[in-house]
Design a protein. Structure first.
Length: 273
């Protein structure tokens, strides 16, 4: 039987990634791998992860994360990486151009229908989150507009994402939307993001709340929504059909795979110190 597996933030943890693919017996000839973004950075083997994913690209669904965008900004704008970045120097080599071009064409929001034993279900994926009043159609259309802008106007739009603080928190702008899709954890009572909080759910200040709620409009169109980015959640949202998959592999915790057909989890222990 073919299957769809989603995996949380790999962040250059190639050994754990490969171990997970062996555990689930992933076959690129029949299965699909959904990757919640942040394929690279922080972990030791960003280039290996990217090269492997590129090799099986016809069997992979990816959404972009904030670390992927940061790398693309460094690559296309010849920006120096930060001290805590771990993309190897080879990732700036000309050979990496085809992988950077592949990465920049990936969406921010992705959805697909999946056939389970009993029925057809609809599943969507985003790296960080979706604004509360957005339908699936809306989110995918806006994602598409952002993707096309990035492809058409690569250098400038990447630069804007990291420099243009004016539209940072507005979800009506190109920059604000991309920030929401790739970086949000908590929102204020108007549903607008607050990017300063990165901690655990129990420590969220009282004027803020997680972006995910049962009442979020997009859930009317979906059976499941999977996302990554917020490692401090440790895989728990307390909402059964909104599933957090970043379990902090690059921070020494775990890499989590989820089979979408039956929501069975497969967990690999991190080898990072
Ligand atoms: Mn992230």
């Amino acid at each position: 039987m073919m299957a769809n597996y989603a995996v949380g933030d790999i962040q250059g943890c190639f050994e754990e990634f490969k171990e997970g693919l062996e555990l689930i017996k992933f076959k690129s000839s029949k299965d699909f791998l959904w990757i919640t973004g942040d394929l690279i950075n922080r972990g030791p083997d960003s280039l290996k992860v990217l090269e492997y994913v590129f090799k099986i690209k016809d069997s992979v669904h990816i959404v972009l994360g904030n670390h992927d965008l940061h790398y693309l900004n460094c690559f296309f704008n010849n920006k120096k990486q930060s001290d805590d970045d771990t993309f190897q120097s080879q990732m700036f080599h000309k050979r990496s151009l085809k992988m950077a071009k592949f990465l920049i064409q990936q969406p921010f929001v992705f959805s697909k229908k999946i056939l389970t034993k009993e029925k057809v279900i609809k599943v969507a994926m985003v790296h960080a989150g979706i604004p509360k009043d957005m339908t699936l159609k809306n989110a995918e259309t806006l994602s598409k507009i952002c993707e096309l802008e990035l492809i058409k106007n690569t250098k400038n739009s990447l630069k804007k994402i990291f420099q243009d603080k004016k539209d940072f928190n507005s979800i009506d702008s190109f920059i604000g939307l991309i920030n929401f899709f790739t970086r949000v954890r908590v929102v204020n009572k108007n549903g607008l993001p607050d990017f300063s909080f990165k901690g655990r759910k129990k420590n969220i200040p009282s004027n803020l709340a997680p972006w995910f709620r049962k009442e979020n409009k997009i859930m009317e169109d979906l059976d499941f929504l999977v996302f990554g980015h917020w490692a401090a959640l440790q895989g728990k949202t307390d909402i059964s059909n909104i599933i957090a998959l970043d379990t902090g592999c690059c921070w020494g915790k775990e890499l989590t795979f989820l089979r979408l057909e039956d929501q069975k989890k497969f967990v690999i222990k991190s080898k990072q110190g």
